[in-house]
Design a protein around this ligand. Structure first.
Ligand code: SAM
Length: 287
């Protein structure tokens, strides 16, 4: 690939998906796009780029998909899900007692392990949530991962990563070499295609947002803009969960880290993005 082709792809991917590739990532682009070129019966990446420059829309969408990293697993990092069960949901059950509804957004849901981990946490608390309306909205840029997520079919390797055996036995049914997630858990998650670079205010307000292991691929300005926009769709006493290697610190003051709850953030009252009355105080103090 020529330097000009690489520059074209870098600019294109930044605009379309937010992916911020450094100057030394040609090998990554080549390893992801060469199979795509071959599939389109093209000899190599220069020819693929030439087609893209000529506006081959279906091909450009495939390039965006091929360049996304979809790595995920059940109960990834464990701690956010422990927080969810031990602190966030109990506190929200108190705070939303009049409304009896909780809305959760999983903002880069990949093949479903993350939203379904959340769904299993809710299911495990179904006694406390009896009569409540709970919504989990799973969104991703990639239509391919959303289709896999909707199917709820996982390989042996996938269910061995992070999923406690008791939950496997309880919520999955073996189908040949695959494991089918039971219909009641699948029905708890709504799937929608959504690019985080685009407006998402139409999704409405959420009590909890999981936006994990996606912003790491974006540059600082894009992250800051997305944090601002996330704060606008999070309830003033809501919770944002980020990935283990991610933080708002030094990037945005729209959120503040929640002390003693690593990976969790609250809207910043000083910025007017939060009410200041954080519901977890009671639960955290009791630990
Ligand atoms: C590494 S996976 C993380 C999945 C899950 N959140 C987790 O932590 O296990 C990143 C996901 O972000 C999605 N993604 C990448 N760019 C995106 C964008 N601009 N808008 C929405 N999703 C995007 C990818 O398709 C991929 O499924």
């Amino acid at each position: 690939m020529t330097p000009s082709d690489y520059e074209y792809l870098r600019k294109f991917l930044k605009e379309r998906s937010g992916l911020d590739l450094s100057a030394d990532k040609q090998y990554l682009v080549e390893s992801r796009l060469l199979p795509l070129a071959r599939k389109a019966s093209l000899p190599g990446i220069p020819e693929l780029v030439a087609k893209m420059r000529n506006g081959a829309e279906a091909l450009t969408a495939e390039v965006v998909e091929a360049m996304t990293t979809n790595e995920t697993f059940f109960f990834r990092d464990k701690i956010p899900f422990d927080h969810l069960k031990e602190a966030v949901l109990p506190a929200l059950i108190q705070a939303r007692a009049a409304r009896r509804s909780i809305r959760i957004w999983c903002a880069a849901s990949s093949t479903g392990q993350e939203p379904y981990s959340i769904a299993m946490c809710l299911k495990e608390m179904s006694a406390a949530l009896a009569g409540w309306r709970t919504e989990i909205v799973a969104t991703d840029l990639s239509q391919g991962v959303l289709e896999k997520s909707k199917a709820g079919l996982f390989t042996q390797f996938e269910v061995q990563r992070g999923l406690p055996i008791q939950l496997l036995v309880k919520y999955f049914t073996q189908q040949g070499e695959l494991w089918q997630l039971n219909a009641d858990i699948r029905a708890m998650v709504q799937h929608r295609q959504l690019n985080l670079l685009q407006d998402f205010s139409h999704l409405g307000a959420f009590d909890i947002i999981f936006c994990r292991n996606v912003l790491i691929y974006f540059d600082q300005d894009t992250k800051a803009t997305i944090f601002d926009r996330l704060a606008k769709v999070l309830e003033t006493d809501g919770v944002l969960a980020l990935g283990a290697a991610e933080s708002v610190v030094g990037i945005s003051d729209a959120f503040k880290p929640y002390p003693e709850r690593r990976g969790l953030y609250r809207p910043n009252p000083a910025r007017g993005t939060g009410a200041g009355a954080f519901p977890f105080k009671v639960v955290a103090a009791a630990r």
